[in-house]
Design a protein around this ligand. Sequence first.
Ligand code: UDP
Length: 414
Amino acid sequence: MRVLHISDHADPMATPGGEFCGGQNVYVRELARRLAGSGCTVDVVTRWADGRLAREEAIAPGARTVRVPAGPVGPLPRERFGEVLDEFCEGVVELHREAGGYDVVHSHYWYSAAVALRLGDRHPVPLVHTHHSLGAVRRAAIGPGAADQTGEHFAARHRIERRIGLRAAAVVASSPGELTDLQRLFGTPRRTLHLVPPGVDTAVLVPRDRNLARAELGLPADAPVVLFVGRLEARKGWEDLVPAFALVRQAVPAAVLVVVGGEAPGRRTGPGPLAALIENHGLTEGVDLRGPVPHAATARYYSAADVTAVPSHYEPFGLVAVESMACGTPVVATRVGGLRWSVADPRVGVLVPPRNPAALAAALIEVLTSAPAARRQACLDHASSVYGAQRWTDGIRSIYRRVTAPRGGSGGAE
Ligand code: UDP
């Protein structure tokens, strides 16, 4: 089966943790790799955003990234992708022609949905879509102020999100909450919706010995460690985490906060907004900023930590929470989006209201002072039973089989 993934802004081979690169990049790369391992031939088309990278790059045997120029080759804020959408679309249509067509086109995020819809108008190919984020849910959570929440941009996004739900042969929802949102907001037909939670790469995200991980990372052997992993976008809630951590230090003075992703010390001339906030709270000693780290290195951090904090205001799915569990480390997360579901079991973590540093601090203290290691097995069990990569790949493959099956038939292209 030949599959084209359209991942407009999220290059599967880019290092996550910077401003523009996060969960979607990880999701698409891992899915492409696993689908290729299960016998599909996979192309991932993305905008060429880094001139140091080649036009084509192998992801794994049977899977490659193809970078299409759209606008100048270089970074482009996600909310400005519309400016290059037509050019990107032409590049995707050309790739489709060059490749002699695909059996399935799987789009990611709303710009890619717009491209898939145009491709689908020209070629009768089954479309599958994963939203990764929904405009209306995001706006309700973070307010209308952000650059991508302006009237025209928001309206265009809402229209495409609705259209892809009505036109696609299948839409993948990552959590039960997203599934309900899709029915409520867009009337996406239930028969089109498939709940397939993302899996974590269990070759990479495996628990390691805690003491060894700490020694390798240069972290103190016996300090209670709180971990944050992610981009430093405002909606990730790091502005709540810093004051919360100041409260944690009052109760647990030896605690250390390790931040992976975002600002790295020494990479800019003055302190960035996170470092400035840390300084304002007098926390310079207790906070360790590591900057973006390659995805494969994150397991060491999760294994070294006593608890992972996910204080987001909005989190469509929240890969970090399940990655932490896959390494045996409990999670304190806000009660938003996919986290409401992934961290619902009190044995794997604690849910708190968003934008509430006091509640966040209380939950972190609770986990740190109540033998966090005792939650380890529950975390491992939860991650492997719900977020196993095999279950994820099988779920997506069965969708592809279904949408390529001749009407009335039981199986599709292989
Ligand atoms: N990540 C990483 N290195 C970093 C920071 C983040 O590999 O320095 C990865 C992290 O492991 C996770 C992804 O980036 O797989 C973030 O995904 P999540 O769904 O939590 O957030 P998003 O970026 O989609 O908002």
